[in-house]
Design a binder for this molecule. Structure first.
Ligand code: SAH
Length: 276
């Protein structure tokens, strides 16, 4: 063992390759081996131009490598003195199993560092014009996994209906059941809801409606794309602070001169991806 090997758990950011951190990019440039997941943008993987790069995520519903195999590959490579980057979508510790990987690497006596990433849980709503904790509208945000409906319902027991914004990752396919569970716990069916798919990417798509519409199993809520999608539930889901036409007064009827001027200049400077 050369003793110089090390593992970095690096967050790749939410999708847009421009949203990786400088520190994450520096780790990739120095890496010998990169193990990356499905949601990582190819341009982020390409930063590691001197490294061997392996896809270890899920393809067509099947894992290329089991979690235990990923641990073994990282540990063996680091024991041989290699600089290993484990590259994960968003932030490695937000539903990314990064914590388990850090524990496994540390248990093997190998130095392990984490380079946090911009999580999609905040960035995808942001690019849809939804500030997850808009002042006066939402006092906080709760990020949940929708993967397991029982665990989801359990976590909900901890919050008063509508007290916070809910961001639900890995819940798009089960959205009807999850929304019904919320209504069952006292959330108002008219609570605003949004679905953000391919957040931060040029193909970003946003659907807006209500919790009741999400709960209707037949609801045509979003064109079913292949990209990752999340649910945003709460009053903030009705906001689009990047679109003056939605959030600022209509210049034809408004009397507040400053607000109208702000609306006009915002409209002129709109740069985010189009919401369809
Ligand atoms: N560690 C990641 C989340 C991993 S869980 C992070 O911090 O972002 C994967 C889930 O995240 C997906 O099922 C989807 O619900 C959500 N997700 C990830 N990237 C997304 C994106 N660009 N747009 C919308 N949802 C996204």
């Amino acid at each position: 063992m050369s003793g110089t090997g090390r593992v970095w758990l690096v967050g790749a950011g939410p999708g847009d390759p421009g949203l990786i951190t400088r520190k994450g990019a520096a780790c990739l440039r120095r890496a010998d081996l990169v193990l990356y997941d499905a949601l990582v943008h190819p341009r982020v993987v390409a930063i590691a131009r001197h490294a061997q790069r392996f896809f270890v995520g899920k393809r067509a519903g099947r894992h290329q490598l089991s979690q235990a195999e990923i641990h073994t590959v990282m540990i063996r490579a680091a024991q041989r003195g290699r600089r290993v980057v484990r590259l994960k979508g968003g932030d490695p510790f937000v539903f990314g199993r990064g914590g388990e990987e850090a524990l496994a690497v540390a248990a093997a006596g190998i130095p392990c560092e984490v380079v946090p990433g911009v999580t999609s849980a905040v960035a995808a709503p942001a690019m849809a014009g939804i500030p997850v904790t808009q002042r006066g509208v939402a006092a906080g945000v709760l990020v949940l996994s929708g993967h397991d409906e029982a665990a989801f319902t359990n976590a909900l027991a901890a919050v008063q209906p509508s007290a916070v914004t809910l961001v639900v990752l890995m819940g798009h396919a089960r959205r009807a059941g999850l929304a019904a569970a919320l209504i069952g716990r006292g959330w108002q069916p008219m609570t605003p809801a949004a679905i953000v798919r391919d957040g931060t990417l040029p193909e970003q798509h946003v659907w807006r409606g209500t919790l009741a519409q999400l709960a209707a199993p037949t609801a045509e809520t979003t064109s079913e794309g292949i990209g990752p999608a999340m649910l945003v539930i709460g009053e903030v889901a009705a906001l689009d602070v990047l679109d003056a036409r939605r959030t600022l007064p209509n210049p034809a009827t408004a009397t507040d001169v400053d607000a109208v001027a702000a609306a006009a200049s915002l409209r002129a400077g709109r740069t985010r991806p189009a919401v369809t």
